[in-house]
Each structure stands twice: as C-alpha cells, then as structure tokens.
Design a protein around this ligand. Structure first.
Ligand code: GLU
Length: 553
C-alpha cells in the first residue's frame, strides 16, 4: 500500500465499494443516437423562481425534441437553506406547467428510475466512494484549516489576481500521512480538498452551446469537495451525479460559467467524459428605462406560483417561454398555427446570449391568443379547476348552471375571429360579471352621441319591442327600427356625411342598450348577451336604466 492508499483507508474506513461498482450499477443509457439526457437540479428552498422554470423548459424541451430523458434531482446538500415540504411545492408548480419528469423525484415526492437515488443527501456513500478513489490517486487530501485560518488567507490575498486555496496558501496540501493521522487522532475535523493538477500558466477552452467557444484560465484552486460532515459541495456532486445519471447536457444559469474550468478538471481527474454545457443568461426585465434581473423581492412575477394563482394556462405560459427562448419561435408559430409546441425545432444556438427580456404585456398578449383559440368547454373546465382553488365565488357562479357559464364563455368564441379579452383565468370574473345578477354593477355612463335624453327615449321604446328569442337579424332590425323615431339614423355612413341632421346613429342606439344591460360601453356580441340574459333580466335592467335616465334628464 502506498501512502495515498493508506490515507484513503484512514479517511474512509467504511467505504468498501469502488467506482467500478457504481459504473456497473448505472450503465450508459440505451437511447437512440442524439437523444439528450437533461435535468433540473433545484435546491429545496421552496421557491421556484421564474429562472428555474426557464431553465427547466430549456432542459425539458431539448430532451423531448430528441426522444431523450428529462429528470429532476434535488440538490439538498446545503441543509441550512432547506425548507420542509419545498420539494413537493416546487414539483407541483412544474406539473402545473405541464412539466412532468420522466425520471427522478416525482411531484408526489416519490423517486422513479434506475439512476437514483435522486436526492443528494441520499447519495453520501456514492460521493465518498469517489472521494476515496481520488485520495488513492493523489487527487484529493484532507484540510484541517479552521475558519479563522481561511479568513487570514482571504485577507492576505486581497491584492492578488488569483484568490483561493492554492500554491503557498494551500497549507495542508503537502501534509504527510503521519501528520494527517496525528491530526485525526487529535480529533481535528477536516474537509476534503481537490489537489488541483492545474497550472497558473495554462488556459483551457470549451464550447458552450449558447455562448460558443470560451477560453478561460485553468483551475488551480484546491476547492473543497467534501465538507466536514462528509456532504459534498455543489461542484463535486454535480460532476459525480451528472456522470452517474448519464446526463448529456447540463443547462444552467451563466453564473456557473466561472466554475466550468473546475468542473472540467474534476471530470478529468475522475476519468469521466464531460457533459456538454449550456449556460443561459439570466432573464432581465425593463425598469425605468434600464434593465435588471427579475427580483424575488421586488417582482411578484419572479415566483412560479404567481402564474398559477393568476390563472395563466400552462399552454400560454409555455408558448410565452418559448418566445423568450428562441427568437424564431414566433415566425414558426405564424406558419404553424395549430401545431403542437413540441414540433418546434428548438435550438440552443437561437438563444439570446445577453439575456432575454421578460415582458408582462407580451405574456398577456400571447396568452390572450392561446385562450382565444380554445373552445368554450376547455375554457370552462380549465378556469373552473382554477376557480375551485383561487376564486370560490367564480366557482360557485359556475356551479349554479354550468351550461349557462359555458355559453357565456362561448360568446364571440369558436369562430374565425374570436375576441381576445382573457389573458388569465383571474380576468374572467370581471369579464363576465354582468352576466350574473350577483356580480352585475350598473353603471350608466354613456359615450359617443348617446346622451341621457336619447337613452331615455331609446329605452322607453325598446322595452316594448325587445324579444330575447329573436334570431340575430331580427334582433338587429328591431334596434335599427328605433333609430328614426328617436332622430337617429340606422346608417352610420349617412350620419358621417351629415352629422348635423341626426342626434346619432345606430351605434349610439346600441350603446344605450349595451350600457343598460351590461354597465359597459364595450362588450362582446350584444345579441348573444341579450339572448343569454333572457327576458326577465333584460327587461328588468332596461327598466332600471330607463328610471335612471329619466331622472338624469
Ligand atoms: N442546485 C443548483 C442551483 O439551483 C443547480 C445548478 C445546476 O443546474 O447544475 O443553482
């Protein structure tokens, strides 16, 4: 036994497995050529940031578009940040956006797949096996430096270019076996550090699939691989896990680019083939003419739960995220209106290098389009599911008469040019409020040429002739018939040519009726609204409005 082997036994007496055992346990995946294995690796803080969803969508889409595998691994090595129940909350949020992992930690907290466990704190023995192996190879050593000693190193390095535990600062790098043993026997705690084979004069290059070729200094820092409690750091766990889980592409925020030289070095020391890296820029938002990161503290839209509680359908959200991800998506969508989003040839190369801009107005527009293309049954059932949890009042209105609710949602829908009023389910209560007495708030403000005097005259006559059983043509003829007796013209063109000759035109007459029935000057199809309200409500509202305008005059 050489000294490295002796040291490995001293540090990890209970580890009896070897890397070979794990290589056999987790063999290369049997997937078709070009299939990508990707993952989301959240830390269980309970907060699923928009950035996570974005990262996840990229990973998910790239796996799906190649018939690969997308899995979820929980990175819970930082116990201080751990929040109870957080994993379930995060995975439920993902599921709400239609992202169900093929493998790994599932929304109900169970684990699925042959490459687990998928929770890092359950993988301690695996990390230690590889750590032991690195010690045997001379690529790792125990470090006994205290926090104070490390602080001193930091203070001494203030004016140096390279900061960290390396070179002359790496006090424990060359301790002998006997010195180490004496420290351990004395009960000193240790972290395990990489004995970096890097050279300060070397540069390395790698290809990032978004940013292209990147050249950086080789890693020379003896980073911590295992903390004093034997739990790995992110760096060590990332390399071991993504190797053993046979990940092919790692998609993560570009704050990790600085660590790539270290990660590539770790892959090399461990004898692993490196993964491909895709580092995406943080999503930004406009603020006061400038750009800044979306902030968990300042922006409600930073939290994935925001989109769920506001009631953005998964389809809208995914459609919008795709526009952020690939600049050519919208052109593709224009040509492939009805195609499933997964048919889009998603490409890393088309991702923004500097960071896509989050735009709420755009999200709403995209979502209005998506919702306008849904049929009434779909709008009803999705918004009903949402309402049960987030708006009980809407849910109970729906429950009074589901067929009526569906018919209301069908106004100006399922036709060639559907209206685009609803961006999210939370828009519905206001959008349909006048269709229910419980939520109708009269408002008799008029616009255009409609005055209270005209309104009183129109309503007085309309009450006598309105018939909610009419077909659309008859209904409109009746409205037109009110025009002349009230000094208006049924012909808008005629009015425009000679405005002084009339009090208004058929549009103004309709406005009077619209306002009386809905409290608004702008609504979807008034014919459909009248027919659905039915005779009793219609007459009642027309009368109430008439009373109001009579007093106003
Ligand atoms: N747990 C890391 C994070 O949440 C994951 C980074 C990665 O995807 O490798 O930032």
């Amino acid at each position: 036994m050489n000294d490295f082997q002796k040291l490995a036994e001293l540090l990890f007496p209970n580890i009896t497995k070897t890397p070979d055992d794990y290589e056999k346990l987790y063999p290369p995946r049997n997937l078709k050529e070009g299939a990508r294995v990707t993952r989301l690796a959240p830390s269980p803080t309970g907060f699923l940031h928009f950035g996570h969803l974005y990262a996840c969508t990229i990973s998910y889409r790239s796996a799906k578009s190649t018939d690969g595998v997308f899995f979820v691994r929980i990175e819970d090595t930082d116990q201080k940040r751990k929040v109870e129940g957080a994993v379930e909350i995060m995975l439920e949020s993902l599921a709400a956006f239609g992202i169900i992992p093929d493998e790994g930690v599932m929304p109900d907290g169970s684990q699925k797949g042959a490459y687990g466990p998928y929770i890092q704190t359950e993988r301690k023995e695996i990390y230690q096996t590889y750590a032991k192996h690195l010690v045997e190879q001379g690529f790792a050593y125990p470090c006994f430096c205290t926090e104070e000693e490390l602080d001193d190193i930091r203070a001494a390095q203030e004016s140096e270019d390279i900061k960290g535990y390396y070179g002359k600062y790496a006090k424990c790098r060359n301790l002998s076996y006997d010195e180490i043993k004496a420290n351990i026997d004395a009960g000193m705690t240790w972290t395990l550090r990489l004995r970096s084979p890097g050279d300060v004069n070397n540069r390395i290059t790698f290809d990032d699939m978004i940013k292209g070729k990147i050249e950086m200094a080789e890693n020379v820092i003896d980073v911590v691989l295992l903390k004093t409690n034997g739990i790995p750091t992110y760096h060590f766990a990332h390399v071991i896990d993504d190797h053993l889980m046979r990940t092919t592409h790692v998609t993560r925020g570009d704050e990790w680019i600085a660590s790539v030289p270290l990660h590539l070095q770790l892959f090399r020391c461990l004898g692993f083939k490196p993964v491909k890296y895709i580092h995406f820029a943080t999503i930004m938002k406009e603020d006061n003419g400038g750009k800044r990161k979306i902030s968990k503290r300042k922006d409600p839209e930073a939290a994935s739960t925001y989109y769920i509680s506001e009631g953005y359908p998964a389809a809208s959200f995914n459609e919008y995220v795709m526009t952020l991800m690939n600049s050519n998506f919208e052109d593709w969508r224009r040509v492939n209106r009805d195609a499933d989003i997964s048919a889009f040839p998603f490409s890393f190369k088309k991702m923004s290098v500097s960071g896509a801009l989050f735009d709420m107005a755009k999200l709403n527009d995209v979502s209005k389009n998506v919702i306008s293309a849904m049929n009434a049954d779909e709008v009803f059932s999705l918004s009903y599911e949402w309402a049960k949890k987030y708006n009980p009042q809407l849910a109970s209105l729906y429950e009074k008469d589901k067929a009526y609710a569906t018919a209301v949602l069908n106004i100006d829908r399922e036709n060639k040019k559907p209206r685009k009023d609803i961006a999210k389910w939370s828009d519905i209560p206001n959008y349909i409020s006048y269709m229910y007495d419980e939520t109708f708030t009269p408002c008799y403000e008029l616009n255009g040429n409609a005055t209270p005097e005209l309104a009183a005259e129109v309503l007085e006559k309309y009450i006598d002739i309105v018939n909610t059983e009419d077909d659309k043509e008859t209904w409109f003829e009746r409205i037109k018939s009110l025009c002349a007796p009230c000094g208006c013209t049924p012909n808008v063109k005629e009015y425009k040519q000679n405005p002084d000759a009339f009090r208004g035109h058929v549009g103004d007459v309709s406005t009077v009726i619209r306002v009386a029935l809905t409290g608004r000057t702008n609504t979807p199809d008034l014919f459909a609204i009248t027919a659905l309200l039915g005779e009793e409500k219609t007459k009642q509202r027309l009368k109430a409005a008439l009373e109001y305008y009579k007093e106003e005059k």
